[in-house]
Design a protein around this ligand. Structure first.
Ligand SMILES: [Mg+2]
Length: 272
């Protein structure tokens, strides 16, 4: 049976450096994936518009997963791939998993009222404030605010406040996860669900090929993705430590922070 490797990767703090958003430390591995024609699927908490900037920079035309598994975007005509989808948008077949953004905005207001904790959704910040919070440039920061399926927000409070907020989210039958900078309010989506759906599509379209899935991440929001792949790599966070809450069977701890670890992890797959 033929084998095909597919790589799923987080962006912020994993392929991209936490502070500079650069992937220069991973160039060698990126070249190797291109050479071997291994699909690189970006799977991020970033929005569609933000991810498109990186697809262009990396010159890749693969499907991608936005907003923590909120939606899957498959380029129309991509390798003749056939699948069910919810809509066609901007030349993509879109599979929608997340909640509607407006529902989340209303829910966040309610959570704020019910808990009295000072929380603020990404849409309530000015572009300049998002620049300040994230280190993104102005253009990227405004793309980050164009949410469709998840709502990143910041909690200004102590541990007890954080606990109350999380309980309130669950009591509204919503969910949350944590990236490096924001807590993300969301519906039933996570990165793992989206990865499974996409892998299933690949498997159905390539019945005679053994698909081997690789996943790379750094933060708690990557856990479901790392659980959904055959081989999971965890890179070190900016602090130089691994995210302790990520426990996955046979997890490989990549030796390096962000793109440095990413580079070594991918090279190790090909014994380089
Ligand atoms: Mg990350």
């Amino acid at each position: 049976m033929n084998e095909k490797i597919i790589v799923f990767t987080d962006l912020d703090g994993t392929l991209l450096d936490h502070s500079t958003y650069l992937y220069s430390d991973a160039e060698e591995a990126l070249r190797l994936l291109k050479e071997k024609q291994v699909p690189l699927i970006l799977c991020s908490s970033k929005t569609k518009d933000e991810i498109e900037v990186y697809r262009e920079k990396l010159s890749i035309n693969e499907p991608f997963i936005s907003e923590n598994g909120g939606a899957i975007f498959i380029p129309e005509q991509y390798k003749g791939l056939k699948c069910e989808f919810d809509k066609v948008y901007d030349d993509y077949l879109v599979i929608e998993i997340g909640s509607e953004y407006k529902t989340l905005v209303d829910a966040l207001k309610q959570i704020k009222r019910n808990t009295g904790v000072n929380i603020k959704g990404i849409g309530e910040y000015t572009v300049d404030e998002v620049v300040e919070l994230t280190g993104l440039n102005r253009e990227e920061a405004s793309l980050a605010q164009k949410r469709r399926y998840t709502l990143p927000f910041i909690i200004n409070g102590g541990d007890e406040d954080v606990k109350n907020i999380k309980n309130e989210i669950l009591s509204l039958s919503l969910n949350y996860t944590e990236g490096a900078r924001f807590v993300h309010l969301m519906g039933a989506n996570d990165k793992g669900k989206a990865v499974k759906i996409l892998v299933d599509i690949f498997k159905k379209n390539y019945p005679d090929t053994r698909i081997i899935t690789i996943g790379l991440g750094d933060s708690l929001n990557d856990l479901p993705m790392l659980e959904a792949v055959d081989k999971a790599f965890l890179v070190k966070k900016e602090s130089g430590k691994y995210e302790k809450r990520i426990k996955v069977e046979n997890l490989v701890y990549a030796d390096g922070t962000g793109p440095v670890g990413w580079n070594k992890a991918i090279l190790s797959l090909f014994n380089k």
